[in-house]
Design a protein around this ligand. Structure first.
Ligand SMILES: [Fe+2]
Ligand SMILES: [Fe+2]
Length: 287
């Protein structure tokens, strides 16, 4: 196994999120509690190793470098529909449990949002939210694509998962970056804060000219569990962020709890989604 790719598939990170934040409805009916609480799962070691790498190497400098490398969007250009096929190359067929590909997860998320009657741009947000995982196909290691995100350039909260691994991050010993506010001002607003690099920040920039602001917050901060679940970075947020995070919180359960063994009926759904994509997005997206 490639040292930088400890997870057998990207879903291992998401399965671990479900152990940390189990579906309150399943818990209530006593359905999957045992499974959620199973901490002896061998997958946990790979998740641990994944976070060791993530927390060690996601430095302020690293993030600035990745922003410069990817936010030029000069790598590839394709229709959204081709991009979903490109994304599906991430399916790992060595993993027998992964019978749902990336597109199925996106479609299940968007269908759950649609079933609850939310606005169509939020349905589209569900469909697009993990598009940034194409970073893997551009050769980025897992720890620079998925995982909980967190601000860089200031102290790491101990409410981020596996906080002990930040001891290996050189920023934790650099006095420019290891104070409460680091390079930032109190309540400066998240738009002024650099987040650890991954699929959230990438997809946000990819579509930021086409979707309403609540959608952009959902995309950009959907893996920022230290804030939307743990409230560890209130001191960097402004009032506008607080307002917009209501949307991020609304989105999160659709991402985590919409997984379902029955794949959606894509041929039947296709016309609706083709219209939806055409309504908001240009004919091609730049990567
Ligand atoms: Fe995601
Ligand atoms: Fe997701």
């Amino acid at each position: 196994m490639n040292d930088a790719q400890p997870l057998k598939s990207l879903e291992e990170w998401e399965d671990d999120l479900l152990r940390r934040y189990p579906d309150p409805e399943s818990i209530a009916i006593g359905k999957s509690e045992e499974e959620f609480r199973n901490y002896d799962n061998p997958a946990r070691d790979t998740v641990r190793e994944f976070y060791r790498l993530n927390h060690t190497y996601q430095t302020y400098e690293f993030v600035l470098q990745k922003e410069a490398q990817y936010l030029t969007f000069d790598k590839k250009e394709m229709p959204v529909w081709d991009a979903f096929e490109f994304l599906n190359q991430l399916v790992d067929d060595s993993d027998p449990d992964t019978d749902l590909d990336q597109f199925q997860h996106l479609l299940q998320t968007s269908e759950a949002i649609r079933a609850d009657g939310h606005p169509d741009w939020m349905v589209l947000t569900g469909l697009l939210h993990d598009m940034g995982k194409v970073l893997c196909l551009f050769g980025e290691p897992q720890w620079a694509v998925v995982g909980d995100t967190f601000p860089v350039g200031c102290a790491h909260s101990d409410r981020i998962v596996y906080p002990e691994f930040f001891a290996y991050n050189p920023d934790s010993k650099d006095e420019r970056y290891n104070t409460k506010y680091g390079v930032y001002e109190p309540n400066c607003g998240l738009r002024n804060v650099h987040m650890s690099w991954g699929h959230d920040e990438y997809v946000y920039h990819m579509v930021k000219d086409y979707l309403p602001e609540p959608a952009l917050y959902m995309l950009r901060y959907h893996s920022f569990y230290a804030q939307h679940r743990e409230h560890a970075y209130d001191h960097l947020m402004d009032d506008h962020d607080r307002e917009m995070f209501k949307w991020v919180k609304l989105f999160n359960p659709y991402d985590l709890y919409s997984k379902n063994p029955n794949p959606p009926d894509w041929p039947k759904l296709r016309p609706y989604y083709e219209d939806l994509v055409a309504k908001y997005l240009p004919a091609t997206l730049k990567f």
